[in-house]
Design a protein around this ligand. Structure first.
Ligand code: TYD
Length: 209
């Protein structure tokens, strides 16, 4: 399907599933295989995107409508893809992105209740047919994830949501898996070594292709 030398990989999951640690491991494995890798995140990744991120995470924005939230996610994403991701791929780099459009399906489509079709319309508008080559969905029960996530920093606008919101987000992520063969579901409930073993085996397979 794609002729890009480098692959575009996205990593998804509810708060506290351990994306950061695993993304760092993935980047190391890609580099060890002799490739250049760009690590980036959403919302954000560009100067404009990071400014939009500040608005999105700001607890003071307590009247933001779900549609505004979704459109801001896609505004940041459109910039990110054009300014950073596509040029890096064209340059032969691999790109690993901490969250991408599947977070919009999960948080705005599922959590906020906007539904898949609305998200899909914006996806087509903003991205055309540009999609990740591979998406890892790290899955963990919500209570465990939240207890890990809130252990450190002060809660942002999303982290301040109720548990029921994150249950909807988790369900929406799990529903994504059946929609394309680019998804790999990772059981993030084990200890760090167990999760990293799953990631290492998957990346070894991807890097050998
Ligand atoms: P971040 O601090 O990066 O969360 P985490 O460390 O859990 O990845 O904050 C990003 C927040 O934005 C996170 O709560 C999920 C949310 N989000 C959406 O709701 N929709 C989206 O499309 C994206 C990319 C993120």
């Amino acid at each position: 399907m794609n002729t890009r030398p480098g692959k575009f990989i996205t990593v998804e999951g509810v708060e506290g599933v351990g994306k950061s640690t695993n993304i760092n491991l993935m980047a190391k494995l890609i580099r060890d295989a002799g490739h250049e890798v760009l690590l980036t995140r959403e919302p954000g990744g560009t100067r404009l995107g990071e400014r939009v991120r500040q608005i999105l995470l700001d607890k003071a924005e307590d009247t933001m409508s779900p549609m505004t939230e979704l459109m801001l996610m896609f505004a940041a994403r459109a910039q990110h893809v054009e300014e950073l991701i596509k040029p890096a791929l064209a340059d032969g780099q691999w790109v690993v992105c901490d969250r991408f459009t599947d977070s919009s399906y999960a948080y705005q489509g599922g959590g906020r209740g906007l539904g898949d079709e609305t998200v899909a319309m914006l996806e087509t508008l903003a991205l055309g047919d540009f999609r990740p080559d591979l998406t890892l969905i790290l899955d963990l029960d919500v209570a465990t994830g939240l207890s890990r996530a809130t252990a450190d920093a002060e809660a942002d606008r999303f982290e301040s949501e109720e548990r029921a919101f994150f249950e909807k987000v988790r369900t929406a992520f799990l529903d994504r898996v059946a929609t394309s063969d680019r998804y790999r579901l990772i059981d993030a409930s084990g200890n760090m070594e167990e999760v990293q073993a799953q990631i290492t085996s998957l990346m070894t397979e991807v890097l050998s292709k």
